[in-house]
Design a protein around this ligand. Structure first.
Ligand code: PFF
Length: 448
C-alpha cells in the first residue's frame, strides 16, 4: 500500500491527532455509563482489578495488532484482510466487525441521546421548570428517545461527512482535556462529602472471594468495549496514521488514557451512588446493585441537584454536555467503520455513504427507542461476545496468516528495535497464544 494511497483517503494531521481521536473513540459512555455500573454490580474492587489486567494484558496487545494491520494496509477492516491474504475467508473477520459496529452504534445512539436529553433536564431543572421525577419517567418515553436519537445521529453523520482531519480530529482535540478537568473536580467534591467513604471502600478494596467466571467474562467484555477493540475501529483509525508513527507508543497512550478515565469515573460514580441512596434513590434490590441502564441517569442529576444553586446547574450542564461529546467521539468511530467499508469496497462517495449508512442504523435505533429492553440483548451479543470473538480472530489472523514477523516490520517503522524490547519480546506470545486462549476460555466457560 503506497503512502500516497493512504493520503488520498485522508490522514491525521499529527500523531497527537491520532492518539486523541483513538482515545476519543475509546473514552465514551463505556467508561462513564457502562464501567461503573458493571463494577458496582460485580463486586467493585474485584472487578476493577480484573478489568485492569484485561486492559493491559489482553487489550493492549490486541490494540497493537489492530493498528498495525490498519496502518500496513491503509484500508477499512474488510479491505485490510483482503490486502494481506488471498484467502477469501479472512475478510469475514472484517465483515463481523462491520456488523458489530452497526448494532453497537444502534443502541449506543439511544443511550447517547439520553445523555444529551439530560443537558436539557439540567437546564429546565435549574430554571425551576420541571419536576425531576417526571423527567426521569419521561426518558422511558419512546418518542422522546426517538427525537434525541435522531439528533445524535445527525451530529454523528455530519462529522463523518467532514472526513478525517477536519471532522474527527478537530472534534476530539478540545473535548478530551475538558472532560478530564470536570471529572477531577467532581471527584474532589464527591470524596469530600460525608458518606462517600462507603462507596470508596467498595470500589477500592477488592474482595477476592467475588472473583468468578461471570465476573471475568464481564470484565473482559467491558475491556474490549471500552478500548474499542475487536471490531476493526482501530484498524480503520490506524489506516489514516502516517507511516512513521510509533504504533506501540500510541497504543500504550490510548490504553492508559481510556483506563484512567474509567478508573476516575468509578471513583466519581460509585461513591455518588451511595450518596444518592442517602437521598432516597434505590441502588440495591435484594442486596444486589440495580445495574439498570438508567441508574446513572438518576445518580448523577441527584449529585448535581445536591450541589444546588447556580454552581450545581453549571456543573450539571457542563458534565452532560461533555459526556455527550465523549459519546459523540465514540459514535463517529463506530460509524466510520461501516462508512469506510462502503467507501473503499463499494466506491460510494464519503458524503453519500455517511448519510445512507448512518440513516440505516438510525432506523434500528428508532426501534430500540420504543423497546429499550433490546439494549441489553444487543449489548450481550455484539459487545460482550462479539468484540472478544473479533479479538480472537484478529490475533489468530495476525499470528498465523499474516505472521508476526511482518507485523514487527510494521511496528518497527516508528520504533526501531521494537522486537528487542520487553514488550516486543512478549507481544508475539501474547498475540499468538495467550490472548486467543484466554479469550476463548473465557467465552466458552461463560456458555457452559
Ligand atoms: N469505546 C466506546 C466507549 O467506551 O464508549 C464504545 C465503542 C466505540 C466500542 C467504538 C467499540 C468501538 F469500535
Amino acid at each position: 500500500m503506497s503512502a500516497s494511497a493512504t493520503t488520498s483517503r485522508g490522514n491525521w494531521n499529527s500523531k497527537l491527532g491520532f492518539v486523541l481521536a483513538a482515545a476519543g473513540s475509546a473514552v465514551g459512555l463505556g467508561n462513564i455509563w457502562r464501567f461503573p455500573t458493571e463494577a458496582a454490580s460485580n463486586g467493585g474492587g474485584a472487578f476493577l482489578l480484573i478489568y485492569l489486567i484485561c486492559c493491559f494484558l489482553i487489550g493492549f496487545p490486541v490494540m497493537m495488532a489492530e493498528i498495525s494491520i490498519g496502518r500496513k494496509t491503509g484500508k477499512n477492516p474488510v479491505g485490510a484482510f483482503k490486502a494481506l491474504s488471498s484467502n477469501k475467508i479472512y475478510p469475514l473477520i472484517g465483515m463481523w466487525g462491520v456488523l458489530c459496529g452497526i448494532f453497537i452504534l444502534s443502541f449506543y445512539t439511544v443511550v447517547a441521546g439520553w445523555t444529551f436529553s439530560y443537558v436539557f433536564e439540567e437546564v429546565f431543572f435549574a430554571a425551576g421548570m420541571i419536576d425531576w421525577a417526571s423527567w426521569v419517567a419521561d426518558t422511558s418515553n419512546g418518542w422522546l428517545n426517538a427525537i434525541f436519537s435522531i439528533a445524535f445521529m445527525c451530529c454523528t453523520i455530519s462529522i463523518i461527512r467532514g472526513g478525517v482531519s477536519d471532522g474527527i480530529e478537530k472534534a476530539t482535540k478540545t473535548l478530551m482535556p475538558l472532560l478530564f478537568g470536570i471529572l477531577f473536580l467532581l471527584i474532589i467534591y464527591v470524596v469530600m462529602q460525608p458518606g462517600s467513604s462507603e462507596g470508596l471502600a467498595v470500589y477500592l478494596q477488592p474482595d477476592f472471594s467475588k472473583i468468578d467466571m461471570p465476573l471475568i467474562f464481564a470484565a473482559m467484555g467491558q475491556a474490549f468495549f471500552s478500548l474499542s477493540l475487536g471490531m476493526g475501529a482501530l484498524i480503520t483509525y490506524g489506516s489514516y496514521l502516517s507511516r512513521d508513527e510509533n504504533v506501540p507508543q500510541a497504543a500504550a497512550l490510548v490504553t492508559f488514557t481510556d483506563t484512567m478515565v474509567a478508573f476516575l469515573a468509578g471513583l466519581l460514580i460509585i461513591p455518588a451512588m451511595y450518596l444518592a441512596q442517602a437521598n432516597g434513590i434505590a441502588i440495591f434490590e435484594n442486596g444486589e446493585f440495580i445495574a439498570g441502564t438508567d441508574l446513572i441517569f438518576q445518580v448523577l442529576p441527584s449529585l448535581f441537584h445536591g450541589i444546588g444553586g447556580v454552581l450545581g446547574a453549571i456543573v450539571g450542564i457542563t458534565f452532560f454536555v461533555l459526556l455527550s461529546m465523549a459519546a459523540l467521539t465514540s459514535t463517529i468511530s463506530l460509524l466510520e467503520v461501516p462508512v469506510s467499508y462502503a467507501i473503499d469496497e463499494h466506491q460510494i462517495p464519503r458524503k453519500k455513504a455517511a448519510l445512507f449508512v448512518g440513516g440505516g442504523i438510525l432506523l434500528i435505533s428508532l426501534i430500540i427507542s420504543f423497546d429499550t429492553s433490546l439494549i441489553g440483548t444487543l449489548d450481550f451479543i455484539f459487545s460482550q461476545v462479539g468484540l472478544p470473538l473479533g479479538g480472537i480472530l484478529i490475533c489468530l489472523f495476525l499470528g498465523y496468516a499474516w505472521k508476526t514477523e511482518k507485523a514487527f516490520d510494521e511496528l518497527e517503522r516508528g520504533n526501531p528495535n521494537f522486537r528487542q524490547t520487553m514488550i516486543g519480546k512478549t507481544w508475539r506470545v501474547f498475540v499468538m497464544v495467550i490472548c486467543p486462549l484466554v479469550i476463548l476460555y473465557n467465552l466458552l466457560s461463560n456458555f457452559w
